[in-house]
Each structure stands twice: as C-alpha cells, then as structure tokens.
Ligand binder design. Sequence first.
Ligand code: ZN
Length: 335
Amino acid sequence: MEPTDPLPPSAVVSTVDYDRDGIQHGFLRLPYSRDDSAWGSILTPITVIANGEGPTALLTGGNHGDEYEGPIALFDLARRLAAEEVSGRVIIVPALNYPAFRAGTRTSPIDKGNLNRSFPGRPFGNPTEKIADYVTRNLLPMADIVLDFHSGGRTLDFLPFAAAHILPDKAQEAACFAAVAAFGAPYSVKMLEIDAVGMYDTTAEAMGKIFVTTELGGGGSTTARTVSIAKRGLTGVLRHAGILKGEVETRATKWLDMPDERCFTFSEFDGMIEPLVDLGDAVKQGQPIARAWPIDRTGTAPFDFWAKMDGVLAARHFPGLVKAGDCIAVLAVMD
Ligand SMILES: [Zn+2]
C-alpha cells in the first residue's frame, strides 16, 4: 500500500472473474477468524452471467437476513438464466448479509451489524462493514442499474411495492422511477426514508446509479403472490435495462407518495396491538388506525393511534406485541 492510498483493498476476495463471459457460480470470501475456525471465512454465494457488450445490473437480496422474496427470486434467476439470453452482465448476490441470512435475522449474528445502516462501509471494520465496503468500492462501480430487494422482515408487513427516492439530480430520479415502473409491482412508491444515513440506497444514488428498492410483504416469510411479484419485477427491470430481450409488460400499478413525517406512527407505549384497518385500506386524517392494549392489568383503556393525514395503510407493525418506540404504521398518499 502506497502512503498516498486512502484505503487498503477490500477484505473480500471474489472467486468469480467479473470480466469473463459465460456463467460463473462462486463466492465472495471474507476472512473471518474465530474460535471454531482460526483461518475461516464467510462464503457469500455470487453468480455472474455475462455475454458481450451491454449494461451491468447488480441484483441483491438478503441485505436484511429475514426478508425472503428477493433471495428466492435471485436463487431462481441464478439457476435458470442462460448466458445467451443476456446482453451485458448480471451480477447476482441473493443474500448480501450472508451471516444474517443464515441466522434468519435482520442483523448479523456476528457483529449485530445492520448492513443497510453500514454503508459506505469500512475495510478495517467489522464483517458487516467489510461487506458494505466491498459493495461500495468493487460491485457498485461496475453497475449501471441496481435492484436491491427488501420486504418487511419479522417485524413489519408492507403492501407489495417497488420504490425509488426523490433525488437532487432530476434526470437520475426519472431513470430510477422508469425502472420502478418496469418492475411493475402492484404499488410503486416515491419513498421517504426515516433514516437514510448509512443506506446502500444512499451510497448507490450518490454514485449516480439507477437504484430500485422494494418492500414486498413481510412478517419474516413470503406468499406465492409476493414471490411471483418479485420474479416478474426482476424480468421487467432486466428487460427495461436492455439486458434481457423482450418488451416490458405493462402492469397496472398504483403510485404512492410519502410527503413528510406524518406518514410514520411510532408507539410511545408497550402493549398488545389491535389493528383497526388493514394494508391497502384508505384512511382519513384523525381516524383511529390501531390501538395498543395495556397488558399489565384489565380495566384500563387502550391507547388509540390516529392517522395524521389522509392516505392508505402502506405498512404495519407485524408482531402482536408492541414496544415503545416501535413503528406502528406507515401511511402513503395516492399520487
Ligand atoms: Zn430490509
């Protein structure tokens, strides 16, 4: 390392050659020395399918380890896509925070790292930060278009949607929303983040990439419907990018906007949640949307949560018990 180099190379070593045509199934190998394996590694599966000139799509799932539509669609794509079908290159990482995915948890069991709050990452950091650093400095620079699958995980449930963010560069923003439309989920969202610092999204967008994310359900599992939305969306985005042949099938999608902080409702109580509306239901400002029952005694009134604006219920807290600070509901507005 030259003294002028700002950072050492990434800790991750890829067993695939990104510049080779054809299909390669391999691993991102991250050395992880520990009690049960002194010179051990984390092996994150990766597939590269390349064929001649064309754009590169970076397709990722399992950024959070308890969200499954993306990993299912991407393990499936990695197995069935033929190199001849591709113009350009597809890089598939079905389970990006692999330790979290193997544990079935949002964050990594190794270091408690939330990968989507660890970007741009650190080459000297913990394993989660090292994964983020590899994505930032090695994978993202190769990509023209990035699709990162999310769902609600164990604690949230979402209307199935693809989303992009309002961006300062309006040409980039328009390209992102065109890719969201090509995904063709039942809902498409102009997304406001509670906590954008450290997100993969923010890093990729700052690098000028076309970035699409999703929320396709939740509760720590999947449904046949949400998995099929993920698979169709993948095909739509790859056709839109010109990597797969064929027309993008136009699908009816409802556009939703998240104008401001009034979208989010957080609990200030511990209790048992009673939903008063379901996902996709229209709500009016001031309408009760859920209530939290005190569970330490009978005879106490529940606390009602009110809609702070007109809209539809786009996400809800999933487990039956709620803690102070939990996100109860997310509202969005029909565009
Ligand atoms: Zn997620």
